[in-house]
Design a protein around this ligand. Structure first.
Ligand code: PBG
Length: 326
């Protein structure tokens, strides 16, 4: 044997850092924060150990906890005091996200991103206005164009409250363009849009739907979220969002969709975000509780894989723990 090439030479402790191709930093991470208008105390989220729904009065304290770890950005999700057919609390001036955003942007240095969707706010739990047909009808879906105006109003109300960036997640065709126009008309041309550009109809959102109380009351989301079987379609979705003015392109979920992260990275020069979703977090937690996985190592490895696939930023429930460990 004549082994001239020995990759193991570069794996000693002294050099491993020098030759590593990818790294994780606290500043790559965005921490999701749940603000709940129905409670005045913090409520643990059972399926997401370590996470809580916090009342508006605690939003600043919660975000300060995040900032202490070195993470500089948060994504705010709201649980409203009441829901209706159209999700009107989503764009209310005194809505839960608007109130929390006002306080957090005034009192902290966090970069505040808001999730723009209607599913937490509608009584039926769908991400838009539902067609007027029997709930048992399997083809029942969300009315695309009627939803656009509501999303636009919601995004503007977040910007008026001081949001640094808005993140539409409803998979409504045309949502980025409608939001961009409305923000510009309202004088918020400097507020960027991080689009959930390729968002799949995924089984990995289960714990989030408990946390945010946003599970659909009937049917599912496959009429608007993407089919996990498709990759080329993701490129069409992303391209449309780019044409409509998206500033940051998100792929969601992350772990099972690293091929999509990579493909988006290669075709576009926009920053790419990966959403390490609730089910990905819950899975690692559950296995580690059983003693089957090392929590921190598995979390770190997952996030590193997202960076390696091409993500610039990662939205993750591990943000604080990983930033603390870095
Ligand atoms: C709302 C929204 C969802 C998630 C983020 N924004 C839920 C959904 O589409 O059902 C899921 C996030 C997660 O699972 O961590 N549209």
């Amino acid at each position: 044997m004549n082994l001239t090439d020995r990759p193991r030479r570069l794996r000693t402790d002294g050099i491993r850092g020098l030759v590593s191709e990818t790294s994780l930093a606290a500043t790559d991470l965005i921490a999701p924060v749940f603000v709940d208008a129905t409670t005045d105390e913090r409520l643990p989220i059972e399926s997401m150990p370590g996470h809580e729904r916090v009342p508006v009065s605690d939003a600043v304290a919660r975000v300060e906890e995040v900032l202490e770890t070195g993470v500089e950005a948060v994504m705010l999700f709201g649980i409203p005091e009441s829901k209706d057919e159209r999700g009107s609390r989503a764009w209310a001036e005194n809505g839960v996200v608007q109130e929390a955003t006002r306080r957090v942007t005034r009192e902290t240095d966090a970069y505040v991103i808001t999730d723009v969707c209607l599913c937490e706010y509608t009584s039926h739990g769908h991400c838009g206005v539902v067609e007027d047909r029997a709930e048992s009808d399997p083809t029942l879906t969300v009315k695309n164009d009627e939803t656009l105006d509501l999303l636009a109003k919601t995004a503007v109300s977040h910007a008026e409250a001081g949001a640094d960036m808005v993140a539409p997640s409803s998979m409504t065709d045309g949502m980025v363009g409608a939001i961009r126009d409305a923000l510009d008309d309202a004088g918020h041309d400097a507020v960027p849009i991080m689009s959930y550009a390729a968002k799949y109809e995924s089984a990995f959102y289960g714990p989030f739907r408990d946390a945010a109380d946003g599970a659909p009351a009937f049917g599912d989301r496959r009429h608007y979220q993407m089919d996990p079987a498709n990759a080329r379609e993701a490129m069409r979705e992303v391209e449309l969002d780019v044409e409509q003015g998206a500033d940051v392109l998100m792929v969601k979920p992350a772990l099972a969709y690293l091929d999509i992260v990579r493909a988006v990275r290669e075709s576009f020069d926009h920053p790419v975000a990966a959403y390490n979703v609730s089910g990905e977090y819950a899975m690692i937690h559950a296995a580690s509780e059983k003693g089957w996985l090392d929590l921190e190592a598995a979390a770190h490895e997952s996030l590193l894989a997202m960076k390696r696939a091409g993500a610039d930023l990662i939205l993750t429930y591990f943000a604080e723990d990983i930033a603390d460990a870095l």
